[in-house]
Ligand binder design. Structure first.
Ligand code: PEP
Ligand code: MG
Length: 585
């Protein structure tokens, strides 16, 4: 119960701060917060006296020596695994540490400015990164990221923290914004929940939270000032509420809620043993969305009918590198072997938008979601596309593999990508390398233009897969990652339903299968609607397999078809929400 209010923060009856946000992933967690910020901005600036100078310089030199050693080790390792070019990146990083003027400025700040070593490093690295990032030369601009990265590494060595985190126990991650690349390298086993200032229900942090099955809320303004690392937070992801430093009573109440929820999940899991059919016996193929071979193994254990979407960019982001053909092949091979003959749909790289490998948005676009993203990048970089096609084709010799092309906006793009795929096949044939000659290739329908010409796209490929996460944002002009417009992000808007219906009809007219792999498929309230619209294959994250299967088993096809007809004919999202029993306020 809140008794007083300040923006998105209220006070409970015991005077504890209660944070309010957009619920993006259900669940309960009670754990210390880890406030994840940019370590370069968080360094404490401390005046040191003359007697401390030598000690600070020694700490600095030790840290630099350690980081150089690490970089050389990484360079050797990556060169062996991925080739000389990739390894050289680490050598360039190590050269930054040898730059005399950078080192001289840091030493000067310690010796003459009398500041602690980490503050001196942070200041100089920020200055150099600032100069580089304002350069007209793109290569130099990209180096700004390297400089910041090196500064962070040196500071982390000095402070003895790993990846900014002083906590050894499981935690709730609190951040201004979490991009896919921020979470890719984190120890996911220790994350019990997320709270962010930015990001909406379909941002990648939200999708990650749901796939980990942990609670999350977004849109909590000024979050970095409201919680400190180490403070306990009781988080209810379904309500979008977090209590900072809860009383013993509140903690006990949340603990009981968490246990009840775990019991419920356990009971729900028993549905996984049962077939994926509606009450009237219509079979629905239920696949899994994954981003790693580990998740492929989980999907196999949970009895998924296959992988409907392997987001290959997640594999790249975990390594923070553009992986070469052999490294990609290894990752795809593991996923294909884990699924033991069940289909694995590997999507080509979907970088750009809010997903970057390495430097954050290296293209400096104002509207990255409308810009240089995904297939647009790969068609411009045939070297990357060919390497990826070759890796996927090679993996196809080991099981059932499908290729999926993201962000296709026209038939021309599909034709160009198909031509590149044919080239990759011809190369492999010439080299005598095995692949599945019957491999199928499909197109994601996630841009309204693609939905409108779905019949023509379907004629020229083997299958379609609807990506509602993007389709909704492009249809409604609502950024999927923005907390400011998240209440306008409504997958059940009649315009979105019309696009889905159009895509389903397009696939049917060409006699090709169609699936849906956006988060909509994993939302039980939407399942009857999607089946009523004609979908017979759904793909959801692993944590959503039980809930989705239960929803499928509750569907009656005739009822679902009337529901879909009514929903498509409705005038507003509110009307559809009412039909679906959604709380659409
Ligand atoms: C989608 O857009 O619905 C989708 C599945 O792709 P992603 O979430 O990776 O953009
Ligand atoms: Mg998408």
């Amino acid at each position: 119960m809140s008794v007083s209010s300040r923006g998105n923060e209220t006070r409970d009856t015991e005077g504890r701060a209660v944070l309010h946000g957009t619920p993006v992933s259900p669940g309960i967690a009670v754990a210390p917060a880890f406030v994840y910020g940019d370590i370069l901005d968080e360094i404490e600036v401390r005046r040191i006296d003359a007697s401390e100078v030598d000690g600070e310089v020694a700490r600095l030199r030790d840290a630099i020596a350690l980081v150089k050693e690490e970089l050389l080790r990484d360079a050797r390792h990556v060169s062996q695994e991925l080739g000389q070019g990739e390894g050289d990146v680490f050598l360039v990083h190590s050269m930054i540490l040898e730059d005399r003027s950078v080192l001289a400025a840091i030493l000067d700040a310690i010796r003459n400015g009398h500041v602690n070593a980490e503050a001196a490093v942070a200041e100089e690295m920020k200055r150099v990164a600032g100069v580089l990032s304002s350069s007209a030369d793109r290569y130099l601009r990209d180096r700004a990221y390297d400089v910041s990265d090196i500064g962070k590494r040196v500071i982390e060595r000095m402070l003895g923290v790993w990846a900014h985190c002083p906590l050894s126990q499981p935690m709730i991650l609190v951040a201004k914004e979490l991009r896919a690349s921020d979470t890719a390298s984190m120890d996911r086993g220790r994350i019990l929940g997320f709270i962010t200032e930015l990001g909406g229900t379909e941002s990648h942090a939200a999708i990650l939270a749901r796939s980990l099955g942990v609670p999350a809320m977004a849109g909590v303004g000024g979050i970095l000032d409201k919680v400190r690392t180490g403070e306990i937070v009781a988080l209810d992801g379904a309500l979008g509420v977090g209590i900072v430093d809860p009383s013993a009573d509140t903690r006990a109440r949340y603990e009981r809620m968490r246990e009840a929820e775990a019991r419920e999940r356990h009971e729900l899991a028993s549905v996984l043993e049962l077939p994926s059919v509606t009450r009237d016996g219509t079979e629905i193929t239920l696949m899994s969305n994954i981003g790693s071979s580990e998740e492929a193994r989980q999907a196999a254990e949970l009895g998924a009918d296959g992988i409907g979407l392997l987001r290959s960019e997640m594999v790249f982001m975990s390594a923070n590198l553009f992986l070469d053909e052999d490294a990609q092949f290894e990752a795809y091979r593991e996923a294909v072997e884990a699924m033991a003959g069940r289909p694995v749909t590997i999507r080509t790289l979907d970088v750009g938008g809010d997903k970057f490998v390495g430097p954050e948005n290296p293209f400096h676009e104002h509207n990255p979601n409308l810009g240089y993203r995904s297939t647009r990048v790969l068609l411009d970089r045939p070297d990357l596309l060919l390497a990826q096609f070759r890796a996927i084709l090679r993996a196809s010799a080991l099981g059932t593999v499908r290729i999926l092309l993201p962000m296709i906006s026209s038939v021309e793009e599909l034709r160009e990508a198909s031509r590149r795929l044919d080239e990759a096949k011809s190369e492999l044939r010439r080299e005598g390398i095995a692949f599945d000659e019957n491999i199928t290739a499909g197109v994601m329908i996630e841009i309204p233009s693609a939905a409108m010409v779905a019949d023509r796209l379907a004629k020229e490929c083997d299958f379609l897969s609807i990506g509602t996460n993007d389709l909704v944002q492009y249809a409604l002009a609502v950024d999927r990652g923005s907390s400011y417009v998240s209440r306008l992000y409504r997958p059940h808007d009649p315009s979105v339903l019309a696009l889905i219906a159009r895509a389903v009809e397009g696939a049917a007219s060409a006699g090709k299968p169609i699936s849906l792999c956006g988060e909509m498929a994993g939302t039980p309230a939407y399942v009857p609607l999607l089946i009523g619209l004609g979908l017979r294959e759904l793909s959801v994250s692993n944590s959503r397999l039980p809930g989705t299967k239960k929803a499928i088993r509750d569907v009656d096809l005739a009822d679902a078809v009337s529901l879909a007809n009514e929903a498509v004919a409705a005038s507003t999202a509110g009307d559809v929400g009412a039909l679906l029993g959604l709380d659409d306020s």
